[in-house]
Design a protein around this ligand. Structure first.
Ligand code: ADP
Ligand code: MG
Length: 584
């Protein structure tokens, strides 16, 4: 019921088209139903007395039929054109709603769901919905009108013959219904299997570099072959049942003619039926047999469309976990004082990743997080832009709980540079401008200069218009990282998160980028996660996070003096290196 209501809601903007469409569908049915009646008229005409009267009558017939066919053609034109357009518009509305909703959903949703499957929803599910949205009501209407209309008209001619016809038709309907139900099951199975194919394709293509670097093409081929083959088997099963369905229907259609000829012939012989009426029966069979198939196809379309729509609703009705409070305000004129107060957090119900974390960072100061991977450093940083919300405790910026700000203004105030850089397919210019879509060329160049990548870009044949492949495959790791730093320069946030920004780079690139990062961190509050301790020596506070939580904290000097975990790391990293305390 709820699903139905939501579905009908999508018709609302197209009410007018819908009603005209239904009206045209009705006209088509009525005209088709009227046709065999013409035969009667023609029959009467041919027995008129004078030649003149016959010709006159034929003229009326000609004009009448011509008008009918023109009306029918116009109606067909509307139903096929506008009706489909309505379906396509509804599909487009739903697709847009789905995409908008995907954009709203929180990270936790993406942690749990597969992108291939999400794409499948956007493409194939919605196509089924649109087909049903348009053909569903129209098919139902046309076929019911034709079937019921045919039988009503036939019952005026000869009741026993009509009843015989009706019983064969009912058997046919029952057969079709059951075959169709079997077909349904296979359709659902098809859908699941193709989603599997999509998921496996998406995964393999997205990870193609990993696949090739491990020379695992055969393994991937085998995995893909399996999902592809499962889909094929499912389709084969589907087509087998479909064969029985159409073959059976064909047989019943023959049976209807057979019954008409034999039983009708018998009634003609008995003198209760005239031969012209018998011909009318034969003509009506044509009119209602096709609608029976359509009616059965309707149930199929209905189920396909509806199961698609249900899956669509499932997503649309998944509430994003993190949304603006109704009274949320803009985070403006940020100073950049950050406070984590007694923050605890867990991704699932199990082990908490963070336990009672307290951090205070003054405006413009820097905090560095170090420690073994898996300790929760990235998680700690993800809480600040509210990628996830704290379980317990609170985080505040400039003394106000971040949950009181709009997500947009909060995230606009925070810049993040991560180890993995995602570049969009497009030009380098577009990718830098992602930090501020309204930026002028001068601003973009300025940002690129600060990120130390301007000279490199200028030297490229196409300069700023150079196309970087999906994920920026045409650039080196260091170049990509500099593009992402330029983005953040352009965004110019008050708060900065550097999550192992240089960890994936070689020493040479790291040194270059380190300079840009130091430049970037000026006059901003920053949280830096780093493996190479040389990069964080100057941080105002260094926090060591291990599986035991926050083990140690203090300045570089204090921690060295303490001679604990940090001092140990430090010695390990620089062991054997001829270093001087003050230069590293
Ligand atoms: P670090 O950045 O210190 O290496 P992370 O914050 O990435 O550590 O991870 C901390 C813990 O949280 C790890 O045990 C990791 O498995 C878990 N974790 C990280 N991200 C997720 C996620 N999206 N869903 C569930 N668990 C996660
Ligand atoms: Mg991390």
């Amino acid at each position: 019921m709820h699903v139905m209501k939501k579905f009908i809601g999508y018709y609302k903007p197209y009410k007018k088209i819908f009603f005209i469409d239904m009206f045209c569908a009705m006209m088509i049915s009525l005209i088709d139903l009227a046709f065999p009646q013409i035969l009667n008229y023609l029959n009467d005409t041919l027995y008129l007395d004078t030649k003149e009267a016959i010709l006159n009558s034929l003229l009326y017939l000609f004009i009448g039929l011509l008008i009918m066919y023109i009306v029918r053609a116009v109606c067909r034109f509307y139903v096929s054109g506008q009706g489909h357009i309505m379906g396509a518009r509804m599909e487009s509305d739903m697709r847009q709603d789905l995409f908008d909703h995907y954009e709203k959903l929180s990270f936790s949703y993406y942690d749990k769901n597969n992108t291939g499957e999400m794409m499948s929803r956007l493409v194939s599910d919605l196509f089924d919905i649109s087909e049903f949205a348009h053909h569903g009501p129209e098919n139902l209407f046309i076929s019911l009108l034709k079937i019921i209309g045919s039988f009503v008209l036939l019952s005026f001619i000869h009741i026993p013959l009509t009843l015989i016809l009706l019983s064969v038709t009912l058997i046919m309907l029952v057969f079709s219904y059951y075959q169709n139900k079997r077909m349904q099951a296979t359709f659902t199975d098809n859908r699941r299997k193709i989603a599997g194919v999509n998921a496996s394709l998406q995964d393999s293509l997205a990870g193609i570099r990993v696949v090739k670097s491990f020379a695992n093409e055969d393994l991937e081929r085998e995995k893909f072959y399996q999902s592809n083959d499962r889909f094929l088997k499912s389709k084969e099963n589907n087509y087998n049942i479909m064969g029985i369905f159409y073959g059976g229907n064909n047989f019943f259609q023959g049976l209807l003619y057979l019954v008409i000829l034999v039983a009708g012939g018998y009634f003609v012989a008995m003198g209760t039926l005239d031969p012209v009426s018998l011909a009318t029966y034969a003509l009506y069979i044509n009119i209602f047999v096709a609608p029976i198939e359509i009616l059965v196809e309707f149930t199929e379309m209905f189920q396909k469309g509806f199961s698609g729509f249900k899956r669509f609703l499932e997503v649309i009705e998944t509430e994003p976990e993190i949304v603006d409070r109704p009274d949320a305000k803009e985070l403006k004129d940020v100073k950049g004082v950050i406070d984590y107060q007694d923050v605890s957090f867990a991704y699932t119900d199990e082990e908490p990743v963070l336990n009672h974390v307290n951090i205070h960072i003054e405006a413009g100061k820097s905090v560095a997080l170090v420690g073994p991977s898996g300790g929760g450093k990235t998680t700690l940083c993800s809480l600040l832009p509210r990628f996830y919300d704290v379980g317990d405790g609170s985080i505040s910026i400039d003394g106000e709980d971040i949950r009181n700000f709009t997500l947009h203004s909060l995230r606009s105030s925070i810049g993040i540079v991560q180890q993995d850089v995602y570049l969009f397919a497009g030009s380098i210019r577009d990718n830098i401008a992602y930090g501020k879509p309204t930026a002028s060329d001068e601003e973009i160049i300025e940002a690129a200069k600060k990120a130390n990548i301007h000279d490199f870009i200028e030297a490229l044949p196409d300069g700023y218009d150079t196309y970087v492949g999906e994920r920026g495959t045409r650039l080196s790791g260091g170049q990509k990282q500099r593009v992402s730093i330029a983005r953040v320069f352009l965004k110019n946030p008050k708060i900065l998160i550097l999550d192992e920004a240089t960890s994936a780079l070689d020493n040479e690139s790291e040194r270059h980028i380190q300079k840009s990062l130091e430049e970037l961190a000026k006059n901003r509050t920053s949280i830096t996660i780093a493996h190479r301790l040389s990069t964080i020596r100057n941080a105002d506070e260094i926090i060591v996070i291990t599986e035991n939580g926050m083990e140690e904290r203090g300045t570089h000097k204090e921690l060295l003096a303490k001679n604990g975990v940090y001092a140990n790391y430090y010695r390990l990293q620089f062991e054997g290196l001829d270093y001087d305390e003050d230069t590293i």
